[in-house]
Design a protein around this ligand. Structure first.
Ligand code: 6GU
Length: 233
């Protein structure tokens, strides 16, 4: 999978060098390009924002640098790929809600491009124009506001990247996670069996695999009812 990120904070994404995603990059499973939006400006101050038409608080990101950045990324596609095969994602608290199902869907895509907005947002024409060249989605992490899209994109890339075949060594560990079956995960335990006066639930050391599976499912239901009843309808 090819991933391009456009941002005014490219150094933010250096953490993608480490851990599982870092390994996936080294092995070629993930091909990541981070682009500095300011490299597509032409003025001395490398300006990326301006005051909003119609007035109001804050600044809006100017369309021209975004246009040039996407021309560069979508115009220089590898042989065989056309711009329509790219999915451009704009992280935004005004977008559709990011879910595990969406992560699974996006993990199938050959090319994702993330446009990280800052300030009060990006000039709407950037989104409208890009939608004439590629599939565009505006996606939100949840109902709260971040200063910019960078942290949200990091979360999305981690959720999507781990679902790309080969990135996670043991595929079984992907299906036994919270949200994969619509329920929260059951609690986990390891050795020692006794720790600070707390014991491991006896069923887990019983060797009875049917009883263990039943107990884990009951724990999933109980936890989900208690903290996320909205998942149960
Ligand atoms: Cl994707 N971006 C920003 N700026 N804030 C958010 C968000 C995204 N998701 C939740 N809050």
């Amino acid at each position: 999978m090819r991933i391009d990120i456009v941002t005014i904070f490219p150094e933010f994404f250096s953490v993608l060098d480490v851990s599982l995603l870092g390994k996936a990059r080294t092995s070629g499973l993930l091909d990541l390009g981070v682009h500095d939006l300011r490299d597509f400006t032409h003025d001395r101050h490398r300006t990326v924002d301006d005051t909003p038409y119609g007035g109001g608080a804050g600044m809006v990101m100017k369309p021209e640098p975004w246009g040039e950045a996407f021309d560069d990324i979508l115009g220089a596609l590898s042989s065989g790929e056309s711009a329509e095969q790219a999915t451009v994602i704009f992280p935004s608290p005004a977008g559709e809600r990011f879910t595990q199902a969406m992560a699974r869907e996006l993990a199938e895509e050959p090319h994702l491009v993330f446009g990280c907005g800052r300030y009060e947002g990006i000039d709407q024409r950037v989104i409208d124009y890009t939608a004439t060249r590629a599939r565009v989605r505006e996606i939100s992490l949840g109902d709260y506001v971040l200063n910019g899209g960078e942290v949200a994109v990091m979360a999305m890339i981690e959720a999507i990247g781990r679902l790309v075949p080969g990135v996670v060594g043991n595929p079984a560990s992907l299906t036994e996670e919270s949200h994969e079956d619509g329920l929260l995960e059951y609690p986990s335990y390891t050795k020692p069996a006794q720790w600070r006066g707390l014991t491991v639930p006896p069923v887990l050391t019983s060797g009875n695999h049917g009883a263990i599976a039943a107990w884990r499912h009951e724990q999933q239901l109980e936890r989900t009812r208690r903290v996320r009843p909205d998942l149960l309808n």
